[in-house]
Each structure stands twice: as C-alpha cells, then as structure tokens.
Design a protein around this ligand. Structure first.
Ligand code: PA5
Length: 437
C-alpha cells in the first residue's frame, strides 16, 4: 500500500531520456537493490540504519524523552555541538517542524531554544554564543561518533569551560550529555571520567545516516517534537521500500534510476528545490548525505540547493538559460499549516485586486507550476516529490526515503556510499599547519 506522506513523480523527466536506456538500466538498478537489501554491497558494515526503525531498543525513545524532559526542565537554551552528520539532521528536522519565528509560538509550543555550535571555526560565532549563554540557563549536548573531530571538540572545550564557571564543576556535569561511539574515542573516555550522561551511536550507522538515532532524536525531542511519530514514519517507508523490487511501485528505485540516467546524460548537478523556506536545512542535510556518499572516485552528482521563489531572483536566470548541466528535484508541499488571504483594496493602486481573496499558498503553487514549465522547456529536467504536509511522520518517512535512495545511488555508480575518505585531506593539512603531533 502506498504511504500517505508523499509521492514521487518523474513525468517531467522522461522526455529527456530514451526509453531503451531506461529499460537497459533497470537491470543495473535491480542489482543495486539486491546488493543493498541482501547486505552484500560495498560498506555493508554500515547498513545499521536500514533496519534501525524496527531494530532499535524499544525502551530507547522513552529514555530519550526522559532525558529531553530533564534537560528542558533546567534549560532555556540547549546547545547542540556537532558537525556534518552529527549536526545537520537535527537542525533540518527542528527547522522544518518549528514555526518561523520564536515569537509566533503558542504557549504549549514553548520549549528550550536549540542553538548549534561546533559546525564552524568562527571566533565571532563562539564569542556571541557565549554572550547569550551568560544570560540564559543552559545545557550542552556534544555529539561526535569518532569523538575526535576538531571543530566540535574545540567548541565543547570552550562551552564546557563556560558551563563549569557558571554552574560549578559538580552541577555542570548534570548539564552535559555526550552522544558518541560505545567504546572508542576521546569523547567516550571523557564522558566516562567526568560522569556525563551518554547515548550511543550504533557502530554500524555512519554520521550522515544517524538522524533517527539519539544524534537527531534527543535534540528534536527537546525542541518539543514527537520522536515516536518520526520513527513510525520511517518504519512505514522502510516497509514500503523493502516490500517491493517492482520499479513502478518503489519510489526510491525510481528516484535513484532517474538521477543516474540524467547524470549519464551530462546532468551533473542536482538542484534540490523547495518553495517553503523552512526546508532550507533539510536541503542542507540532503546535500551532505548525497555529496559525501556519492562524490568519490571522480564521479557523483553535485548536490546543490535552492529556495524558490527567493532564489528565482538570483539563480533563476542561470537555471533557465545557463549551462545545461543541471536537473531539479522539487520538494513540493501541498498543504501549508496556516491560511493567509490577500485582502481586496478599493483603490487598487498596487493593481493586485486580481489576486484578492486568494491564499498565499495558492499563489506559491502557481509560481511553482509556472517555474516547472519554464525550466523543463529550458531543458532543466524536473523530478518532483509531492509532500502532503510537514509533520513528524512525514519527516521520518522522507529521511528514510532519501537514505535508501542515496545508498542505491552509490551502488548504481559502483562506489561505497558509506565512507568519506576524501574528507581526511583537508584535516591532515590543517593538523600539519597547526603542528599537531
Ligand atoms: O557523515 C559523516 O560520517 C560525517 O559527516 C560526520 O558526521 C562528520 O564528519 C562528524 O563526525 P563525528 O561525528 O565523528 O564528529
């Protein structure tokens, strides 16, 4: 049975790919699917995310919620320290589910504010954050699978120091939670010695596939969202994608195949587009997931992102008439949560009365349709994900869908979608320059 969260549509793409190629590649796709579900492919020691929604300890969500409630009861602000996969998933989901302005939250929506650190090396960012923390009651969640990543380690040292000065050494311990590997890494050792509460990142789940583990779930629960509904959405999507290898019934197979075929036609950039700005960080998460998973061995689609209509006034010209190397995947939201109507005006000086009584959502949808027609005519193929509404279940389902599609995409290219050897190069240079032994 198809899920109730979203559908995938490739009709604005088929004309760009001849039918024979589609049929030929379906065998390759079936092989990639088999490699994934039988766990025989490259990097198969990192497939824990695939069964995680049904395999996780049944008491884990409750434990996470209890820890979230405890931190919420002592904090106005919770700082989540992490980078890459230890940061983007939580931020994506929290931004997606939250109202745009903290001031527009209803009283029951008031939960600690989640701030992020350790995802850059900006001195001013940390300085400003410390100024905020001077004035607020706060706690820290430090997340690092390896437990040794430089950016979060530096931020944690600074923030822990601030926390100890503000609350005293003993009290500060109850304000710090570490999420890391079960046994390895400096963070695990430190957590053990200092007595921080901890959660474990499973060994067989890599950073960018970890948002449904405590890495994402703890910050998301503190922000007031229902993590069990998220896990439920992921479960439904897992069932759907694992239950059938029939191309016409498996959205992840369709998405992976069309991306692959477009790539082979020279469409080397995928522009993930949303017409709802709160999806900005979800697109950032997508960029990291696909960029680190596919971009290796001289191959891979370059994942890019845009928010329309905002970016139609910056990137629109290029997309319509620039180099023809991109395709778009549109996250198309069908239903907003709220309704804002355009008022009528007697004088009509702005000549907008033709839009009177229409909702902004309706106008946004027209912009979306018009843009799609223009871009497809301009030879930028469009894939589309029609999302009914944004809520916890949909978010969980979308995360699982993209993870599964990404793994399939890696196997179609013949690369290991679960490693990131290229990230080491900059680190080694930086360590040399910094004089690390
Ligand atoms: O997806 C990945 O594995 C990476 O993006 C990591 O999440 C990122 O480098 C942070 O690593 P760690 O959690 O070990 O600090």
């Amino acid at each position: 049975m198809p899920n109730k969260y979203f559908t995938f549509n490739y009709k604005d793409c088929v004309t760009f790919i001849d039918e024979q190629k589609q049929t030929e590649s379906q065998n390759k796709l079936a092989n990639a699917y088999d490699l994934l579900v039988t766990k025989q492919g490259k990097g198969n020691d990192f497939l824990g995310w695939m069964d995680w929604p049904v395999d996780m300890d049944i008491f884990l969500p409750q434990r996470i919620k209890e820890e979230a409630d405890r931190l919420a009861s002592i904090s106005e602000v919770v700082v989540v320290i992490g980078i890459g996969g230890s940061y983007l998933g939580a931020r994506a989901v929290i931004e997606m589910l939250s109202p745009y302005f903290p001031e527009s939250k209803l009283p029951h929506e008031n939960h600690p504010q989640i701030l992020f650190a350790g995802h850059n090396l900006s001195e001013d960012y940390l300085f400003d954050l410390l100024k905020v923390l001077d004035q607020k009651e706060y706690s820290l969640i430090v997340i690092s699978k390896s437990g040794t990543t430089t950016e979060p380690a530096i931020a944690f040292r600074i923030l822990k120091n601030h926390c100890e000065k503000k609350y005293g050494k003993e009290d500060s311990v109850s304000r710090i939670v570490a999420i890391t590997d079960e046994n390895r890494g400096a963070l695990r050792e430190m957590a053990g010695k200092e007595g921080f509460a901890t959660f474990t990142i499973p060994d067989d789940i890599g950073g960018r596939y970890s948002v449904l583990t405590p890495v994402g779930l703890l910050p998301i629960a503190i922000a007031g969202f229902d993590i069990e509904r998220m896990i439920f959405g992921a479960k439904i999507m897992r069932e759907e994608l694992l239950s059938t290898k029939t191309f016409g019934e498996n959205m992840a197979m369709q998405y992976a195949l069309f991306r692959y075929l477009l790539y082979n036609k020279g469409k080397t950039v995928e522009l993930m587009v949303a017409y709802e700005p709160k999806l900005f960080y979800f697109i950032e998460w997508f960029k990291q997931l696909f960029g680190e998973s596919e971009g290796k061995e001289g191959m891979g689609i370059f994942p890019a992102g845009a928010i329309f209509t905002t970016d139609l006034h910056s990137l629109g010209q290029y997309i319509q008439e620039g180099e023809r190397m991109l395709f778009e995947t549109v996250l198309s939201l069908k239903q907003n949560q709220h309704f804002v109507e355009i008022p009528t005006n007697d004088k009509n000086l702005d000549k907008l009365n033709y839009l009177s009584h229409r909702s902004i959502q309706n106008i946004n949808h027209m912009a979306e349709q018009g843009t799609r027609m223009a871009h497809v005519t301009g030879k930028a193929p469009n894939l589309q994900i029609d999302i009914l509404r944004i809520d916890e279940e949909t978010t969980g389902a979308l995360i699982y869908f993209f993870e599964f599609s990404c793994a399939l995409g890696g196997y179609l290219l013949g690369v290991n979608p679960f490693d990131q050897p290229g990230v080491e190069t900059y680190k080694n240079n930086m360590f040399k320059l910094l004089g690390k032994e």
